[in-house]
Design a protein around this ligand. Structure first.
Ligand code: NDP
Ligand code: GDP
Length: 350
C-alpha cells in the first residue's frame, strides 16, 4: 500500500486530495496545526475524517516536519500548507514569507537528509506570474510576483528546482491557477460572493462589499486539480506544470452568473470598499495547460458557469439547512461579515 503525507490537510485542496488518494488505495497521513478550536470541517464534510492518520506539524518548526516524515514513512509528500491568502500577505508579510516560502526549504532539507527517495509535490501558484501583460501564461512565461504571498511562492518554486537539479530529488512544482469549490475558504472572492448570494436570497444579508471588480482570473474546479498533483508524481521524471482552464473571467462576470442563479441583479447589492483593494493587484490570469495535457493527459471538465452554479447552489442548500436548525460541519455560520473586520486601507496615498 502506498503512503502519502499531505501537509495542510485541513484546507480545501488537502481535503480533496486526501479523498482522491484514499479512493486510489493510499494510506493517507495529514498534517494539521494545533489551534484552539478544531477546524476539521472539510474532512468531515467529505466523510473522510476517520480515515486519515493525523500528525501535528507547523511549517515554522523544522523538527515537527522531520517527525512527520519519520512517523509516516511516505512514498509521496504533497506540500499544500501555506499562508495561502494574498490579501493577508499584505497584512502579515513576514509570517507569509516564513511559512509559505522558507517552510518549503525546511521540507526539502528534511527530504534530502532523511528521505531522499520520496516524491515531492509543491503547491506553486499562478500568482508568481504577477501583474503581467501576457495574454496567457505557461511554464516558460516570465515570473513577476506582485504580493508578499507571490514572492514567497516564487522563492519556494525556485528552491524546488534547485533541490531537483542540485540533489536529484524527485520534486515538482504544480503551477495551479485559482481553483474553487464549496470547500473554498470564505475570504477568497468566489466563496465570499457565493456565501453572500445565498444569504441575500434568504433575506439574511442585503449588501456585499468587494474590492477590484475588474480583475480577471482563470478559475477551475478544485476536485479536478488535485488529480493533476498526483499525476505529476507518477511520471518518469519530475517537472513543473501549469494547471488551468485556459479561460479568463472578471469578478463582474462571476457576480452576473451568481446573482442570475437567484434571479437578482448584482448591481443592486454590491458596493466597493477601498479596504479590499490591494496595493498591487494581479489584473489578468489565463493559463496555458498544453504541457499538462500532453505529458500528464490532464484536462479540465468543469467550466466557469458550472463552477459558479455549483458553489451558489451548495451555499444556498447549507443556509437553508441551517435555517431549519440542522447542524453539520461547515464554516460560514460563525464567520463574521468582513465589514466587521477592522483593517487599515491597504493602498497608501502618497
Ligand atoms: P487553504 O488556505 O484552504 O489551506 C491551507 C492549509 O495550510 C491549511 O490546512 C492551513 O491550516 C495550513 N497552514 C497554514 N499555515 C500553516 C503552518 N504554519 N504550518 C502548517 N500548516 C499551515 O489553501 P488551499 O487548499 O486552497 O491551497 C492549497 C495550497 O495550494 C496552498 O499552498 C495555496 O497557497 C496553493 N494554491 C492554491 C490555489 C487555489 O486557488 N486554491 C492556487 C494556487 C496555489 P489551518 O487550517 O490550520 O489554517
Ligand atoms: P487570489 O487570486 O489568490 O488573490 O484570489 P482572491 O479570490 O483572493 O482574489 C481574486 C481577485 O479578486 C483579486 O484580483 C482581488 O483583488 C479581487 N477581489 C475583489 N474584491 C475582493 C474581495 O472582497 N476579496 C477578495 N479576496 N478578493 C477580491
Amino acid at each position: 500500500m502506498k503512503r502519502a503525507l499531505i501537509t495542510g490537510i485541513t484546507g480545501q485542496d488537502g481535503a480533496y486530495l486526501a479523498d482522491f488518494l484514499l479512493k486510489k488505495g493510499y494510506k493517507v497521513y495529514g498534517t494539521f496545526r494545533r489551534v484552539s478550536t478544531p477546524n476539521f470541517w472539510r474532512l468531515q464534510y467529505l466523510n473522510i475524517f476517520d480515515k486519515i492518520e493525523l500528525i501535528s506539524v507547523d511549517l515554522l518548526d523544522s523538527f515537527s516536519i522531520i517527525e512527520s516524515i519519520k512517523i509516516s514513512r511516505p512514498n509521496e509528500i504533497y506540500n499544500l500548507a501555506a499562508q495561502s491568502f494574498v490579501g493577508a500577505s499584505f497584512e502579515q508579510p513576514i509570517a507569509s514569507g516564513e511559512i509559505t516560502g522558507l517552510g518549503v526549504t525546511k521540507i526539502l532539507e528534511a527530504i534530502r537528509n532523511i528521505a531522499p527517495d520520496v516524491r515531492f509535490y509543491q503547491a506553486s501558484s499562478s500568482e508568481i506570474f504577477g501583474d503581467n501583460t501576457f495574454s496567457e501564461q505557461s511554464e516558460t512565461t516570465h515570473f513577476n510576483p506582485s504580493s508578499p504571498y507571490a514572492a514567497a511562492k516564487l522563492y519556494a518554486h525556485n528552491m524546488v528546482k534547485i533541490y531537483r537539479n542540485g540533489y536529484g530529488l524527485y520534486a515538482c512544482n504544480g503551477i495551479l491557477f485559482n481553483h474553487e469549490s464549496p470547500l473554498r475558504g470564505l475570504e477568497f472572492v468566489t466563496r465570499k460572493i457565493t456565501n453572500s448570494v445565498a444569504k441575500i436570497r434568504l433575506g439574511l444579508e442585503n449588501n456585499l462589499e468587494l474590492g477590484n471588480l475588474d480583475s480577471r482570473r482563470d478559475w477551475g474546479y478544485a476536485p479536478e486539480y488535485v488529480e493533476a498533483m498526483w499525476l505529476m508524481l507518477q511520471q518518469d521524471k519530475p517537472d513543473d506544470y501549469v494547471i488551468a482552464t485556459n479561460e479568463t473571467h472578471s469578478i463582474k462576470e462571476f457576480l452576473n452568473i451568481a446573482f442570475d442563479f437567484i434571479g437578482l441583479n448584482w448591481e443592486n447589492y454590491i458596493s466597493v470598499n477601498e479596504k479590499f483593494i490591494r496595493p498591487v493587484d494581479v489584473r489578468h490570469l489565463k493559463g496555458n495547460y498544453t504541457k499538462s495535457s500532453e505529458n500528464l493527459g490532464w484536462k479540465p471538465n468543469i467550466h466557469f458557469k458550472d463552477l459558479v452554479e455549483i458553489m451558489v447552489k451548495s451555499d444556498l442548500e447549507r443556509w437553508i439547512k441551517w435555517q431549519k436548525g440542522e447542524h453539520f460541519a461547515w464554516d460560514a455560520w460563525n464567520y463574521p461579515n468582513e465589514k466587521r473586520i477592522l483593517s487599515r486601507k491597504l493602498k497608501l496615498e502618497r
